[in-house]
Design a protein around this ligand. Sequence first.
Ligand code: ASP
Length: 336
Amino acid sequence: MINRRKFLRHSVLSTGAILLAQQLNAKSNLEVKLPLVISTWAPNVKANKAAWEILSKSGRALDAVEKGVMVVEADPDDTSVGYGGLPDRDGNVTLDACIMDELGGNGSVMCIENIMHPISVARLVMEKTPHVILAGKGAFEFAIQQGFKKENLLTASSEKFWKEWLKTSMYNPMDTMKHMKQKRAPGSIDNHDTIGMLAMDVNGNLSGACSTSGMAFKMKGRVGDSPIIGAGLFVDNEIGAATATGVGEEVIRICGSHTVVEAMRYGKSPREACQIAVERMYKLRKNNLNDMQIGFIAVNKSGEIGAFALNEGFTYAYRLGDGIDVVKSADFLLKK
Ligand code: ASP
């Protein structure tokens, strides 16, 4: 039974949202705490906080995920997203991002350079063009036409790190990972930690956003899962949403985030659905994956959240209706 008084105390809700919450509770027996936001990786509590500024004022989930992700994109100390992202093997910072709204709208940019906020460009691709993906030079030119500034995204510290890497130029993601461990988010076991963010607003609408500079020292032109709808992110406003972090090549192979949402469609909880995607990946590729990290987070339409990773060390951060920051370590498949 829903504890209505508690529900009202902890949430900023419109009447419509209360009705929705009652319907959801009737269906799932859960106490829904709206709004909610969940992000990959512990340091992204800062992104959740920014998203919360919108969500707690009954704002739209789409605005919240864009705003949250922008915080990380602008952070020079986050070396795997936006400004300060580690470059490709030739020294170019190339960024991938995508966004999905509650109406099934989606927009992506791939391999865009010199633009601080690829997530906002992705949103404009969705809202202002007849297309869903713009890549490379075309994405950059579109951004400039839309008023974005051309900026150098390679910070002195990331450049130093790249020059250090050039001495060996080991193009092996796992070796590179060992090389750079100290630079990554706590708990990351390899050289990437995309922000994927999912939010549900007080009206029960879902949106998601995903942004990354991809794998450090990748080949020029390499695109990972993060800007690919269904791989790095998938939102179905009737069912739920999921997003991924980790080695994009593996996530793409199984259309990871779509797989998670489809498992929820057939009744799995968000955590079970994330585990199904990880297990499918492992079944395909087995020992190739031992040293890699791949993690999923998900939320269903009842406001239940969950996560699962391939290896130990994947963390996620969330705020539910009470607005309190929570950080958790995900369960994982490969117990050593
Ligand atoms: N998934 C991203 C990619 O493969 C990397 C990451 O999660 O850090 O590009």
